[in-house]
Design a protein around this ligand. Structure first.
Ligand SMILES: [Zn+2]
Length: 470
């Protein structure tokens, strides 16, 4: 890992500031223990393939983690696997399969996709199934302290028993009652308040291969999703951990309800709440048929350079909604080709140089300002442009600038290819392919594409030309 070379003076006065959903303000990420950051990221429910939203909700925090590590902090990132949940059981029953068959296979697909987008594996990946005893114990404590109650179909949390319930929703418990919660009241006859949520759901029959249940003092059943994360986060990270994060859709009710259980037990929960924006579909955009249908992350990374999605996300602020369009994916592929060419040109030059301190200081300032990756990415491209110009002019500052650009790219988690990995023969075929396309000789272009693919290359052709990768 690259250190924060040459910015010691700046380092002492820059601290990461992040928007905190609870206070609705950008504030300093205070650390419970100096030098260490504890983060809980809600992981996937493993019942289907990862979609683009899942990809964003991991890549945003992967970039955050890499940045924090680059600043010299020791990051512990806990991200769970939800392997007990209604959607898993619904699918198992519908397909008449053992539920573990679904969770095991879907988890394998999850990691395949995450590895492909270069997501650094979390420090810990607890599974809900490993924590059922602890969940039963916690629910028992909530009942004993009269924060939870037993009904015909399960054990429920009383939200009115938690003083500041609604902190993340920015809504009072009374407003939730008048806010049209009637539908939920109908759903569970014994609920005292529409926002009361299930901690333990009773089994409706004996356990089967598709419909699992676990014993509890109140009857066999399974834990509610909100009880899973609060138990795993507190068990692994302890009280008052630094940062709890996830997609905007988890803010309420999931995160509110995790927090309510901890608060009810008198435990300090997360100190800071971070939520990323949605991936929205690009309605009205003219898009290629192939990309227009892509919502599965694996499909996107099969069609395009897997780094392209990370690049699109870097160019968007994490709190803003992001559209995935043909234009921004093409733009990202082109930008990566430029960075690859730059990396190839400067690999040796940058290796022996101290990175430009001014550039790295600006990088830190942008990232410390609520993770302003669009600004930091613009800085990367500007530094590449300056380094290339300095090289062309034979200026001595080219090595320092190149080294700074390499540091930023690596901190972003962008692994740059060096052109020497692509042999001359393949490059010549790619050039011939572009020439054939320009001449509208599509038969020759197709034959050249097949030849390159047979040699093991993934061939991507955009309107800016052909690029190759293994
Ligand atoms: Zn969670």
């Amino acid at each position: 890992m690259a250190g924060r070379v040459g910015v010691a003076l700046v380092d002492s006065c820059t601290v990461l500031h992040l928007y905190d959903t609870a206070t609705r303000s950008v504030r300093e990420l205070a650390l419970r223990e100096p030098g260490k950051v504890s983060i809980y990221l809600c992981g996937p429910t493993v019942y289907g393939p990862p979609h683009l939203g899942h990809g964003r909700a991991t890549l945003v925090y992967d970039i955050l983690r890499r940045y924090l590590e680059w600043t010299g902090l020791d990051v512990r990132l806990v991200s769970n696997i939800t392997d007990i949940e209604d959607k898993i059981i619904e699918r198992a029953l519908r397909e008449d399969r053992p539920w573990q068959d679904i969770t095991t296979k879907c988890e394998a697909v999850w990691w395949e996709a995450m590895d492909a987008v270069n997501f650094e594996r979390p420090t810990d990946t607890p599974h809900a199934t490993e924590y059922v005893d602890e969940m039963v114990e916690m629910i028992g404590e909530l009942i004993a302290s009269e924060h939870a109650y037993v009904t015909d179909d399960g054990v429920y949390m009383s939200v009115e028993s938690v003083d500041d319930y609604g902190l993340l929703a920015h809504q009072s418990v009374d407003d939730m009652r008048s806010g049209g919660g009637d539908r939920e009241v109908v759903g569970a006859a014994g609920k005292r308040h529409p926002a009361d949520f299930v901690l333990w759901k009773f089994a409706t029959g004996p356990a089967t291969e598709s419909d699992p249940s676990w014993p509890s003092p109140w009857g066999a059943g399974r834990p509610g999703w909100h009880s899973e994360c609060v138990v795993m986060s507190l068990d692994l990270l302890g009280e008052g951990f630094d940062l709890h994060c996830g997609g905007q859709d988890l803010r309420f009710p999931h995160h509110e309800n995790e927090r309510a259980q901890a608060v009810a037990l008198g435990k300090t929960f997360a100190n800071h709440w971070m939520h990323n924006g949605f991936v929205v579909d690009a309605e009205g955009e003219k898009m290629s048929k192939s990309l227009g249908n892509v919502s599965n992350l694996l499909d996107l990374i099969e069609l395009y350079d897997p780094r392209a999605y990370r690049m699109v996300l870097l160019q968007s602020h994490y709190r803003s909604p992001v559209k995935i369009t043909q234009d921004n994916i093409d733009g990202a592929v082109k930008a990566l080709a430029g960075l690859d060419a730059f990396a190839a040109r400067t690999a040796d030059l940058a290796a022996g140089a101290a990175p430009d301190a001014g550039v790295l200081a600006d990088f830190g300032l942008a990232m410390d300002d609520d993770l302003d990756t669009p600004k930091a990415t613009a800085l990367l491209f500007d530094t590449v442009r300056r380094a290339n110009a300095a090289l062309d002019a034979g200026s001595g500052e080219s090595a320092r600038l190149a080294a700074a650009a390499h540091v930023i790219a690596s901190t972003f988690g962008l692994e740059l290819a060096v052109a020497s990995e692509i042999d001359g023969e393949a490059l010549a075929l790619a050039q011939a392919l572009d020439d054939a396309r320009t001449a509208k000789d599509f038969a020759t272009a197709d034959a050249l594409r097949v030849e390159l693919q047979a040699a093991g290359w993934t061939v991507e052709t955009t309107r800016d030309g052909t690029s190759l990768r293994r």
